[in-house]
Each structure stands twice: as C-alpha cells, then as structure tokens.
Write a protein that binds this ligand. Structure first.
Ligand SMILES: Cc1ncc(COP(=O)(O)OP(=O)(O)O)c(N)n1
Ligand SMILES: Cc1ncsc1CCOP(=O)(O)O
Ligand SMILES: [Mg+2]
Length: 223
C-alpha cells in the first residue's frame, strides 16, 4: 500500500486525484467477513470502496455503510455509495456513483451540494465525451472492457472505449471497468487507462488483500 499520509488530511478531491484502484463490493453476507475483508483490501491499496448491492433496502445499506465508513476512515480511503443520493447523504459518503439511468447529476448536486464527489458511468464514446466536461462530474468510468456477469446484459464497448478516452486526455480522473483482472490488466494499461474499478478480481480472490496489493502496485507503477 502506498497511499501517502501527511499531517494535513487531503481533501476528498485531492484523494480522488491520487486514486488508482476502486473496488465495488457487496456486504459479504455469505462470507460473514466484512470488517476483515475491508481491512485487508484497504491495507492492500484500494483507494475507493463502494457498497454495491442492487437488492438491499436503504436501512440495511446504511447499517453496512457504517462498517465501510469506519474502515475507510482508518485507512484514509474514500467511501462511495451507488445510485442513491438519499443514502449517500445519510451515510455522509465521500462519493456518489451515478449511471446513465440513475439520477441526473444536476439533480444530485442540487440535493447534496458541492462537497460530495460524483462519478458517472459511460459505455460509448459520446457518453465518455460528455462526462469529460459535464458540470458537476468529478470522475467517470468507461466500460465494460469485457462482458461481465457482475453487470449482466450490459453491452461491452471493450478496450476501444478506453483507447478513445485516453486519446482525449481528459482533465478529470477516469477509470476503466468491467472484467478487469490480474491477467488482463496489462491490456487495459496498454489501451491507456491508469485507473481501474474491479469487483470479482478482488471479491472472488482467494486472498483479497494480496489481489488488491498486486493490482494497486501495478496501477501505481504505471501511473
Ligand atoms: C465506480 C463504478 N463505475 C460504474 C458503475 C456502474 O454504474 P451503473 O451503470 O449505474 O450500474 P449499477 O452498478 O448501478 O448496476 C458503478 N456502480 N460504480
Ligand atoms: C458495475 C459495472 N458496470 C460496468 S461493468 C461492472 C461490473 C464490473 O465487475 P467485474 O470487475 O466483476 O467484471
Ligand atoms: Mg447505477
């Protein structure tokens, strides 16, 4: 893990600028190891962690987010909420992630103010181009790089979208997402991404902490 710690805590936007590895994960209900899992992956170098569970009710999500928030605080990582502005507000989340079909960014900004970081999903060149300049967007993601069971039914624009985005050299941080793992990370880097979002590459790893450390190390080296 090479997240830097200084006596003056960086702002969330400054930490986003340094972020390389973003993890989306459920609450590990089957494994029953959420605190240990979060400690391991955050110690490994995950910079941003999002609770992503499409079926969870808001109250339960908030209970789990309290565990995520405590882990993020201890490790200096950013906490992200998926889809729901109300939950992001109630959890005092650092980040709200919005897809193309979620709340429009201006509406989320009007509800949540300027401090929270807002991320956007993009799946096509026109969406990526818009996310590079859309007011209120702090970062965006491009993908899926490969079809993935984590987002069934989503057409994968593949690495062409990564190449398109890299060529535009956006001034905002952007992450590649979808099917990325230790075996294909070099292809993602060769296409021009320097930040990645993963789910299974960490959540399904035999040693999630080691998987996070390896991915984070390679992304930081390439940065
Ligand atoms: C960091 C990050 N990137 C992309 C997504 C996908 O968002 P969306 O397209 O809205 O799909 P769902 O995750 O809501 O099913 C994400 N959640 N996080
Ligand atoms: C949420 C989401 N949005 C686009 S791809 C994806 C899931 C990525 O998951 P995995 O890293 O397991 O392929
Ligand atoms: Mg969404």
């Amino acid at each position: 893990m090479s997240r830097t710690h200084s006596s003056t805590p960086a702002t969330a936007r400054e930490r986003l600028a340094e972020a390389r590895l973003y993890l989306c994960t459920g609450a590990r209900k089957e494994q029953g190891d959420l605190p240990e899992f979060l400690d391991a992956v955050l110690a490994g170098g995950v910079d941003i962690v999002q609770l992503r569970d499409k079926d969870m009710e808001a109250g339960e999500e908030l209970e789990h987010l309290a565990v995520f928030a405590e882990a993020c605080r201890r490790h200096g990582a950013l906490l992200a909420v998926n889809d729901r502005a109300d939950v992001a507000h109630a959890a005092a989340s650092d980040v709200l992630h919005l897809g193309q079909g979620d709340l429009p960014v201006p509406a989320a900004r009007a509800l949540l103010g300027d401090d929270i970081l807002i991320g956007r999903s993009t799946h096509a060149p026109a969406e990526a181009d818009a996310a590079m300049t859309e007011p209120g967007v702090d970062y965006f993601c491009t993908g899926p790089c490969w079809p993935t069971p984590t987002k069934p039914g989503r057409f994968a624009p593949g690495l062409d979208l990564v190449r398109h985005t890299a060529k535009s050299a956006p001034s905002r941080p952007w992450f590649a997402i979808g099917g990325i793992d230790a075996e294909n990370l070099d292809e993602v880097l060769d296409a021009g991404a320097r930040r990645a979002v993963v789910v299974r590459a960490i959540t399904e790893a035999e040693d999630p902490g080691a998987a996070a450390a390896s991915l984070a190390g390679r992304l930081r080296e390439a940065a």
